[in-house]
Design a protein around this ligand. Sequence first.
Ligand code: BGC
Length: 762
Amino acid sequence: MNTLKNILVLFLIVVLASCSKNISKMDASESSMISKKVDSLMGLMTLSEKIGQMNQYNGFWDVTGPVPNEGDAANKYDHLKKGLVGSMLNVLGADEVRKVQKIAVEETRLGIPLIIGFDVIHGYKTLSPIPLAESASWDLEAIENSAKMAAEEAASAGINWTFAPMVDISRDARWGRVMEGAGEDPYLGSLIAKARVKGFQGNNLSLPYTIAACAKHFAGYGFAEAGRDYNTVDVSISTLYNTILPPFKAAVEADVKTFMNAFNILNGVPATGNRFLQRDILKGAWGFKGFVVSDWGSMGEMVTHGYAKDGEEAAKMAVNTGSDMDMESYLYVKYLEKLVNDGLVDIALIDDTVKRILTVKFELGLFDDPYKYCNSAREKEITGNKKIHEAVLDVAKKSIVLLKNENQLLPLKKEGLNIVVMGPLGNDKHSPLGSWRGEAADNSAVSLMEGLQLYTGNSITHQMGVKLTEGLPNFTTETIINTTDRTGITEAVAAAKNKDVVIMVLGEHGFQSGEGRSRTSLSLPGLQQELLEAVYKVNKNIVLVLMNGRPLAIEWADKNIPAIVEAWHLGTESGNAIAQVLYGDYNPSGKLTMTFPRNIGQVPIYYNHKNTGRPTYPGGNSVFWSHYIDESNDPLYEFGYGLSYTTFKYENLKLSTNSLTENNDIEVSFTLTNTGNFEGKEVAQLYIRDLYASLARPVKELKGFEMLSLKPNESKQVSFRIDRKMLEFYSANEKWETEPGDFKVFIGGSSKTVLEGYFECK
Ligand code: BGC
């Protein structure tokens, strides 16, 4: 009987499928064809089969959240066979995916294929830099290409849906998940969100090397109080609209197929049961047509938040407010049928949800060939191929930010130097992979030592000095123990004497940032600061290379160490990328996308803050202004900051008019000159300030940037266009509008701009 029905369903689907091909940006006729196919399939589905599509299970192997209770987990296999599972996550490799897909397609009544999700955050096996690092490249093409390569590799291993990009804006470096985002700015964050969605999804979702993307975590997750993961979020409507939501909106504009909601409560209401976010904004005002998956167990956590009475009420609230798929709470599969039968959930909502989920499956082409992502020969051919390695190396170089370079200590000479590489991360092949490392093998990164050894003209040795952590932490290790063993410091100090250069490689272990990795200190963990100061006493020629997943507070190093290179966790090609920068084969061009504080007491610290009523020192002996009595207000390194081996001069700012009207845009132009000795790239940045408005506006807001490449002594005329749309914000009238008034415009190579003009918006 089942077999007969399966044949009938497949026949129906194949007939319909033959009439069209699936593409991501579909024209109206193609999308109406898919809609017809979905409707006819839904006509065959029972209520419990529909609910099954809304149920997502973790694979039987990997875990990226709290392990569910055994009773629930025990039913998984049985549910899969009964067609009560619509999606699985963490099923890895073409062969493994084929196994679960085979059950869904060949053993269930209707044979509906699974959509297979995984956290492809910065690569699958071959890793790009962590996303925060990549954002520092400001290179949208390279970022898009990195997502494209990640999709290609993941798709070859059976994955057809990534839980990325994470587009949460955050201003708090204590939060470990800043490593997954694009920093603190909504404008840049929006452009990067689009680039990543485009990279993953391409123009044709049905191709075997493009995968569905997922904008997460909707919304406000990056504003967890005190930077503690999963903590309460309480923000104003203005912050929500003007700062948090723009990158999500941008993802919708880029046709992202799915959203993930969030663990946190937002102003008292859990994001997973939040009608305002999911129904009013996302599916209402923004017209999002894809589906929303909950975060891991976040439906069940609505009970713990003190919002839902029990699991049944949580399921009701989640579905009614727009959560389409339940990741690992087991609540939809348990309660939804009863809730519909009791009249507490409208069947129309279930139909709407299932339609959304099936539509994405059709667009992926899973009904044409459910095994299209399960080709192990292709997996072997694509995984780690040359093209992917080249792409991740390219974006890794571009992500490095030069923070300091006194006396042109860098770039290093290629011959005749006696160098010691020192510190726990100098020959580490593990930490540079960063957190959320997909299926990358342990110790598969190129270490800095390995990268440097490709240059054979200098003598290079390595000294660990101190270890970073005790043991080898992994993704789920609860406690990371910083070492207390000082025994290597004396030997390191001895080795540093008489060396021409000490390359000190310090920072965070790859799992000291990421989910559940909040910190109350932003200093170098463990004994690294002690090592740095001890070595500095005998040799001041230090190049400090930082590897970390968040901004660090390194005020001492900034004051004393002549050269500092921010190298983040750069992924598989880490050591090669850093070596090319240290030797000047790549002139650093990265700029910070998150402010680096002087010390942790300044956090949250961000460039686009409001002015306050008392921003400047009034003179005399007054304390009554907005400041700290023990630290400056200024950050250590501001948003947008990053040096090059050459220098740039900005001059001759001109505005085509000082009056912006409906019909008259303003052209802002200036001259950029390379005043140094190297060819180099500069990200020229445009900021504005709305001087008075119905809601106080930030002191600066990024509104444009351009990356320019200049030879020594070369000058270029650069221009930006300002129009009224650019000045829009979510105002006191609770709508997006441009208010007339006075504005400043700023230009520079960071948010500490150097040129300034003025205009009026009529
Ligand atoms: C994270 C998500 C992730 C999910 C699945 C959760 O713990 O918050 O970002 O996609 O697990 O691994």
